[in-house]
Design a protein around this ligand. Structure first.
Ligand SMILES: *[C@@H]1O[C@H](CO)[C@@H](O)[C@H](O)[C@H]1NC(C)=O
Ligand SMILES: *[C@@H]1O[C@H](CO)[C@@H](O)[C@H](O)[C@H]1NC(C)=O
Ligand SMILES: *[C@@H]1O[C@H](CO)[C@@H](O)[C@H](O)[C@H]1NC(C)=O
Length: 165
């Protein structure tokens, strides 16, 4: 009798200790990934640079250039290096108004061109999105001379069953 009672208590404890928790996973998508759709006026850097995520980035000087990335998740971020002159992008999720993402290094004197001088990092993000399909729209920011895209990070949110300790 005692044995039976304690084994059902153990069973109850086991049930209560099995819990679903939310697990967020950051997925980094490099600019060369085929899931990013570019208009045909972009080009890709020809020489690898360790300041770029994955070694390369996409760039354009055409004001009508766009890129779109569709993902299922609750947040999206843009990663880019910084340049010593006016580089940037406009970013919008779904139908939101475009927000400028400045990729110019503010701590040096502007140059006429050349390579990036600060390593790629997260510069902008949209969080708190519904857990469904969204599209990140990238377009030309008029205050910049060049449009660039180095990497996109999105957050995939899933329930994960875990034993509670
Ligand atoms: C995902 O990336 C964002 C932006 O860098 C960061 O704030 C967040 O902590 C990361 N989340 C996880 C689960 O690594
Ligand atoms: C990106 O989406 C916008 C808005 O739907 C569209 O106007 C543009 O043509 C798309 N660009 C590409 C490269 O698919
Ligand atoms: C988010 O959506 C995905 C795809 O529909 C699904 O697999 C996942 O369980 C959802 N996560 C949450 C926290 O509801």
């Amino acid at each position: 009798m005692l044995l039976r009672a304690s084994s059902s208590l153990f069973f109850l404890w086991a049930l209560l200790s099995f819990e679903a928790t939310l697990a967020d996973t950051n997925v980094t998508v490099d600019d060369s990934d085929s899931s990013i759709k570019y208009s045909d006026d972009w080009s890709v850097t020809s020489a690898s640079n360790s300041l770029d995520y994955g070694g390369f980035h996409h760039l354009s000087s055409t004001k009508t250039s766009t890129a779109n990335f569709t993902f299922t998740g609750t947040a999206v971020y843009i990663m880019a290096p910084l340049w010593p002159y006016a580089v940037g992008a406009n970013a919008a999720v779904d139908n939101s108004s475009p927000v400028s993402v400045n990729m110019e290094n503010p701590s040096v004197t502007s140059t006429d061109g050349g390579s990036e001088d600060v390593a790629s990092a997260v510069l902008w993000g949209a969080t708190g999105l519904s857990n469904s399909s969204h599209t990140l729209h990238i377009s030309f920011w008029d205050n910049a001379d060049f449009l660039a895209l180095d990497a996109i990070v999105y957050v995939y949110s899933a329930f994960k069953c875990m034993w509670q300790r």
